[in-house]
Design a protein around this ligand. Structure first.
Ligand SMILES: Cc1cc2nc3c(=O)[nH]c(=O)nc-3n(C[C@H](O)[C@H](O)[C@H](O)COP(=O)(O)OP(=O)(O)OC[C@H]3O[C@@H](n4cnc5c(N)ncnc54)[C@H](O)[C@@H]3O)c2cc1C
Length: 619
């Protein structure tokens, strides 16, 4: 059994590895960070949105806001589970179905920043509507077609999608969540090779039940490469009116009640070979690359949620009096408010930095986008929880109930239900950290892999060894050098300049630590997830600190009272430094063994007695 499990695991790892983007065409700020280089120059001055682009966004957002308020009652969407057709038509009329689609195909061709601003605005009003539109164009048909489609495919589908037809992305299956290699849905070529026949089921497909066009990930016949069978995952464009496609079940969740999400069946669904996106076998790569920028809408929506929480918490803390003073005066509440503001500032900085880098085009943002998704969704969950705590009983009460008894109806309860999914979709927080760890170590892997590969001949290994020695004899001592470095900053406060120095110093410590861990655990490092996660968390905090400091500097002198940005960045950095210290401590005093030991005992039912005294509804 274990042998089979290991084989399956290796298959999954091989497929994921094959589907990675191998090259780093452009320098990545975060990639450099994990490699011991704090490249402040890559993110400072903060890449603020160009005036002309901002004007386009402002004009669009104004119309969008009016339309959302006029056509969508978010509480009604939550209660009825329906986004009204009238609202969808109004959004389509505004161009919301083609925000990222090029103008020549009828879209608005918004920049990534403006698109994210739009999704953030929509999400702040109605999360279901934001997810509906984001699933349609961040991961649905438009984005992969834009990146990988042929001219014919773009001409055929993009105008329809820009006008208001809906698309969906179908990858997940009952047995396939985070691990696509286990996919069961097949696409078999017909004898003449002109068509493929799709059979299988797809689970939790957002927009699936109402989609006109879907991207469906399938398994096509394996290829033999160097005498070894290689799995092929292939992406198809499927029209929902093709015979054999059916919606078996509409799924309901704890939140996002307005989305149409379902279990879809494909029974002998015949699609022409022209509907393959890119080439057979490129499906997983398409999914991964699409998600690199596609997943940026999630941090944008999370940042918007944080802003609302901050607003509600501030208002309530000013109004509510207990024990003779407004609750914001009590230090325990003040701490939540201050941290919420600092964290909101950090998520805003990270989101807009990653989006601006995506727009610049000459940056590799796979790490930045993954960190933005992981960081912003984790922080957001904490912020919603604190906002609920500040509103206390009223935070737990539903919007409707508050309204009916004449109290200020703030939908924190709904926001909590709607937000929770963000730590799961488009890569769970655990998978995001594994992805970040893999990409962060890529430079080392590229050098060291040939030494570990048994198939590589001795002569090649010797040449690899020479390369390794040449590289590390310079790189490694550099990670210990502590020359005073001045990071250019026009006007950061003294404390914030100290935080900059801390980032520079800690970046090297991070790179050294990662290198030592690779040496210590070697191939077993893959199993030491806790160690890898702590490194990723350190890198994440360093990135968020740097983004916050750069953003704070860009806001200085802004007359909207934004000079507080120095304090916001400062508090975020103080908290981040505490977390970083703890993470290094955990790496050096790993409790992985105790955790493995105890979880083994729990999973072999040795602690079943601990579950006594409760009504168990499942065996
Ligand atoms: C509301 C909603 C909308 C969705 N929309 C879509 C959509 O439009 N299209 C689509 O294809 N899918 C969609 N999904 C599916 C979603 O992407 C998956 O839920 C997600 O990928 C996780 O898969 P899973 O739930 O099967 O969890 P699993 O993969 O079974 O994971 C279970 C747990 O194990 C952890 N885990 C798994 N593997 C590892 C590992 N190697 N190391 C450490 N931890 C691990 C996970 O992090 C998680 O905590 C949607 C889901 C929901 C609920």
């Amino acid at each position: 059994m274990e042998l089979t499990d290991n084989k399956e695991k290796q298959k999954s790892l091989d497929l994921t590895e094959d589907s990675r983007e191998m090259e780093w065409t452009y320098t990545s700020f975060v990639g450099e960070l994990f490699n011991g280089q704090f490249r402040w120059d890559l993110i400072n001055p903060f890449p603020v949105q160009r005036d002309d682009d901002k004007r386009i966004g402002d004009e669009f957002l104004e119309k969008l806001k009016a339309s959302l308020i006029e056509h969508i009652d978010p509480d009604d969407v939550d209660k009825t589970g329906v986004i009204p057709e009238k609202a969808k038509n109004a959004l389509a009329h505004l161009g919301c179905f083609g925000m990222k689609i090029p103008k020549k195909y009828g879209g608005l061709e918004l920049s990534q920043i403006n698109y994210n601003r739009a999704i953030a605005l929509i999400g702040s009003h109605c999360a279901s509507t934001a997810v509906f539109l984001s699933a349609h164009q961040s991961i649905g048909v438009p984005q992969p077609l834009k990146l990988f489609g042929t001219d014919e495919q773009k001409e055929k589908y993009l105008p329809r999608l820009a006008k208001g037809e809906t698309s969906a992305f179908a990858l997940t299956e009952v047995d396939v969540g985070s691990d696509p290699a286990q996919m069961k849905t097949t696409a078999t070529p017909t004898d003449d090779g002109n068509h493929y026949i799709i059979n299988g089921s797809k689970l939790w497909c957002t927009n699936g039940p109402i989609a006109d066009i879907l991207i469906v990930m399938t398994k096509t016949p394996p290829k033999i490469v160097n005498g070894k069978e290689k799995q092929q995952i292939t992406a198809f464009i499927v029209e929902a009116n093709t015979p054999g496609f059916e919606v078996e079940h509409r799924c309901k969740f704890m939140g996002l009640n307005g989305i149409d999400n379902g279990l879809l069946n494909f029974k002998d669904v015949k699609v022409p070979k022209e509907n393959i996106i890119d080439k057979p076998g490129r499906g997983l790569k398409i999914a991964l690359v699409t998600l690199n920028t596609g997943r940026l809408t999630i941090p944008a929506a999370s940042s918007a949620c944080n802003k609302l929480c901050l607003y509600w918490s501030r208002k309530w803390s000013q109004q509510r009096t207990q024990w003779g003073t407004t609750i914001g005066e009590h230090q325990a509440v003040a701490e939540m408010i201050a941290n919420m503001a600092a964290d909101t500032f950090a998520t805003e900085s990270v989101t807009w930095l990653a989006s601006a880098l995506a727009d610049k085009g000459n940056a590799d943002i796979r790490l930045e986008a993954a960190i933005a998704k992981y960081f912003c969704t984790e922080v957001s969950w904490k912020i919603v929880d604190d906002a609920l705590q500040i509103r206390a009983g009223r935070g737990y009460e539903t919007y409707d109930s508050l309204k009916k008894r004449g109290e200020l109806p703030l939908p924190i309860e709904r926001m909590m239900r709607d937000t929770r999914i963000n730590r799961i979709i488009e890569g769970t927080s655990e998978i995001m950290r594994l992805f970040i760890a893999r990409e962060a170590m890529d430079k080392h892997f590229q050098l060291l892999m040939p030494m570990l590969d048994p198939k590589i001949p001795l002569s090649a290994k010797i040449s690899s060894l020479l390369k390794i020695l040449a590289h590390y004899s310079i790189w490694y001592p550099k990670q210990w050098v502590r020359l005073p470095v001045e990071y250019k900053s026009r006007s950061l406060s003294k404390t914030n300049k100290k935080h900059l120095k801390f980032i520079g110093k800690t970046t090297k410590k991070l790179a050294r630590g990662l290198f030592h861990a690779m040496g210590r655990y070697q191939q077993k490092l893959e199993k030491e997830q806790l160690i890898m996660f702590r490194f990723v968390e350190i890198g994440t905090d360093l990135f968020a600190m740097a983004a916050s400091l750069s953003y704070a500097e860009s806001l200085l002198g802004d007359c909207n009272g934004r000079d507080a940005s120095q304090d916001l960045a400062d508090l975020f950095c103080i908290n981040a430094r505490t977390r970083i210290k703890q993470a290094f401590y955990s790496i050096n005093h790993s409790n992985g063994k105790s955790i493995n030991n105890l979880s083994n005992r729990v999973l072999s039912n040795e602690c079943e007695w601990l579950e006594d005294g409760v009504i168990k509804t499942i065996d």
